[in-house]
Design a protein around this ligand. Structure first.
Ligand code: PBG
Length: 345
């Protein structure tokens, strides 16, 4: 039987417009990007992170100057991580929601004032604030106490909401935390003001290594395998996604991004009504940048191929440390969007 396929598929794809038409929904514009930022309590701080070339921890007096040109280039949203002093860490992460000791709360206020249109998301987790470096509260035998942890996470989320953020993003992976956070937000009158971006499918990944350096949040003992997903698990990952949807998540996230495209695709196909985020994590950033430095490829070409692949898999918003670079590139090219056809030869 003769079918269209017998005529081949290589007709005319060297024309940029025809190439674009063959890549629907893969454009990258400012609203497809969220920029993660580390905040240090030293208000004038500007601290290099050895494992993440070009990424720094910022003190709140430096934040606005750092972000101004990025916002001018179109930045629409940020994801804040507080990196407190070692001395304030304790068993339950009390500093996470203490305005005197958590650098996140003053940063929310400063950013709301300086950039009224910027969407501010806050990572909600305990690992940066606990003495043991785990993402929840531990029992006396050193295991996660799930219910105590979700209660504490909901308190932290509420304090960030009260300080004025638009989105809280729990990254701890405890069971029931989305429901606990949604409930406490609603009871406090933030039900229709603050959204919950769930780190729904978060894998136990070596690609977080540079982040733990950046956020000083490596576990003091053990690892996070009790609450982060095994890399080969697809069924469990989808159950985690379904769990968070049923608990009321407003946005979903898969993390890391590049090696979990199948999970992004399955989760998006299953829940097309929810915007899908992918976190291009610290190790992905470091890998892409170091390979470019080693001369293996051109950084912007490689980056645009990765971004387009994330979009193709079903990602709506990419959380990336490259956001300032991508936005500068879009501006410099006077391009509204990056398409594979315009950047990749
Ligand atoms: C922890 C958290 C991690 C990241 C975001 N939130 C690391 C971890 O689970 O160890 C990783 C981000 C990155 O690697 O860029 N709550």
């Amino acid at each position: 039987m003769t079918s269209g396929a017998n005529f081949g598929i290589h007709s005319g794809y060297s024309h940029p417009t025809l190439r674009e038409w063959q890549q629907p929904n893969t454009s990258i514009g400012p609203s497809n990007l969220m920029y993660p930022i580390f905040i240090t309590p030293d208000v004038d701080g500007e601290v290099e992170i050895a494992s993440m070339p070009g990424v720094k921890r910022w003190g709140i007096n430096k934040l606005v100057t750092h972000l101004k040109p990025v916002v001018d280039n179109g930045l629409k949203s940020v994801l804040l991580f507080g990196v407190p002093d070692e001395t304030v860490k304790d068993e339950v992460g009390s500093a996470a929601d203490d305005p005197e000791r958590s650098p996140v709360i003053p940063a929310i206020r400063v950013l709301r004032k300086a950039f009224p249109d910027l969407v501010i998301a806050c990572d909600v987790c305990l690992c940066g604030f606990t003495s043991h470096g785990h993402c929840g509260i531990l029992t006396s035998t050193g295991h996660i106490d799930n219910d105590k942890s979700t209660k504490r996470l909901a308190e932290v989320a509420l304090s960030y909401a009260t300080a004025g953020c638009h989105i809280v993003a729990p990254s701890d992976m405890m069971d029931g935390r989305i429901l606990a956070i949604k409930t406490s937000l609603r009871q406090a009158g933030f039900g229709n003001k603050v959204s919950v971006l769930s780190y729904a499918a978060k894998f136990a990944s070596c690609f977080y290594g540079p982040f733990r350096d950046a956020a000083a949040s490596a576990p003091a003992f053990g690892d996070r395998k009790a609450y982060q997903l095994p890399p080969g698990s697809s069924g469990l990952a989808i159950r985690a996604v379904d769990r968070d949807v049923s608990e009321g998540a407003d946005f979903l996230m898969v993390k890391p991004a590049m090696i979990y495209l199948d999970i992004i695709k399955t989760a998006k196909d299953r829940h097309p009504q929810l915007p899908m985020f992918a976190y291009q994590v610290s190790g992905e950033y470091a890998t892409i940048i170091n390979a470019a430095k080693a001369g293996l490829y051109d950084l912007d070409v490689a980056l645009s191929e990765v971004l387009v692949a994330l979009r193709r898999a079903g990602t709506d918003v990419i959380i990336t440390y490259f956001a300032p670079r991508i936005l500068a590139k879009l501006n410099q090219d006077k391009a509204k969007y990056i398409y594979t056809s315009s950047i990749i030869s």
